[in-house]
Design a protein around this ligand. Structure first.
Ligand code: SAM
Ligand code: SF4
Length: 338
């Protein structure tokens, strides 16, 4: 029988979700995520091996982790990713393993990922226009992503969630078209507010757009009906879910900046260089797991380090819109994994 461990932190939150950035490399350069040039990547020797990541996951399960999301950088550019996913599905105690990808390589990998045992996938797609997609990703081919999403659908992934960073002056005139995708397709379109993390910038003509504005915009087309969250949805994360009348899919809003949801944050994040983070939007507190791991620490010592970080997880990150320029996080989103 598998014993379920429940870890409640000092702010009465159950910490059960680990996101792993398996690489900080990426085949795109989205303007809101990475600088155009001069990105300093983690040296190969400093990137955790899959074995090291698996060991951390197995110990994290002993501290209450039951869900893992594999992300990046772009996870599909790291060699051996599908074998790693297969190994994750064998970790006793994990109940849910998912993947976030930009979709560029998804058509090639969808079947392998599915055969590894993964069913839940998030794909990032910020525009339906090929030119805009190329501009925001600094060179990406939207057709590859669309083919990847179709392949994921045909292969049987469910749910398929499509992440959209809504940006004023870039894709705000496409919000209704993106929302309308849910009418015919069983996808969950998730509007994510731009977060001021690392070296990410919005170019001069582009700006932060709150999800209140996105919701207003969609409501002007057709009223959004709230989806009554099931227990599973509640455990699923911070998105508030809605649907359009008669639609096959759903629309989610992740409003980290305008409506802080720290009081329900259940996450830890492992960066590719082995740092465990307690908060997406703040570099503190963070614990280096790679050094003790490579110095030969025991699993019990690793477990103490993870529990200690959980005990220091902050109750709230003060990120009102007015504070959007007060960056507390110097690490790029591509290293943290979103
Ligand atoms: N490369 C993969 C992808 O793009 O889906 C996975 C990593 S990416 C860092 C994970 C998510 O973070 C993506 O949906 C991306 O749009 C989002 N993201 C990146 N930078 C962001 C920022 N500054 N604010 C909000 N979301 C961001
Ligand atoms: Fe790469 Fe994802 Fe960041 Fe875009 S958002 S640069 S695809 S890691």
């Amino acid at each position: 029988m598998i014993m379920t461990i429940v870890m409640i932190d000092n702010h009465n939150r159950e910490i059960n979700y680990l996101r792993i950035s398996i690489t900080d490399r990426c085949n795109l350069r989205c303007v809101y995520c990475m600088p155009k040039e001069g990105v300093s990547f983690i040296g190969h020797e400093d990137i955790l091996s899959y074995e090291e990541m698996l060991r951390i996951v197995k110990v994290a399960v002993k501290t209450g982790i039951v869900k893992v999301r594999v992300t990046g950088g772009e996870p599909l550019v790291r060699r051996g990713v599908t074998d790693f996913l297969t190994s994750l599905t064998k970790v006793v105690g994990l109940r849910d393993i998912s993947l976030t990808t930009n979709g560029i390589l998804l058509e090639d990998y969808a079947e392998e990922i599915f055969n590894a045992g993964i069913r839940r996938i998030n794909v990032s797609l910020d525009s339906l226009s090929a030119d805009r997609y190329r501009d925001i990703t600094r060179g990406g081919d939207i057709n590859r992503v669309i083919r990847g999403i179709r392949k994921a659908h045909d292969t049987g992934f469910s749910p398929i969630k499509i992440n959209v960073v809504a940006i004023k002056g870039f894709n705000d005139d496409e919000i209704i078209d993106l929302a309308k995708l849910t009418i015919e397709k069983p996808y969950q379109i998730r509007f994510i507010e731009f977060m001021p993390v690392g070296e990410s910038t919005l170019e001069n003509s582009l700006g932060y757009l709150s999800n209140d504005e996105v919701i207003k915009n969609i409501n002007s087309f057709s009223p959004l009906e709230p989806v009554i969250p099931t227990r599973r949805d509640k455990a699923d994360g911070p998105a508030s879910l809605y649907t359009l009348n008669g639609a096959k899919g759903e629309i989610g809003f992740i409003s980290a900046i305008s409506h802080e949801f720290c009081n329900s944050c259940n996450r830890l994040r492992l960066t590719a260089d082995g740092h465990l983070r307690a908060c997406l939007l703040s570099d503190e507190p963070t614990t280096d797991l790679k050094t003790p791991l490579r110095d030969g620490c025991s699993n019990s010592e690793l477990e103490i380090l993870i529990r200690d970080l959980i005990s220091r997880k902050p109750g709230s990150y003060q990120t009102g819109c007015q504070q959007i320029h007060r960056r507390k996080c110097a690490t790029n989103m591509s290293s943290i994994g979103g």
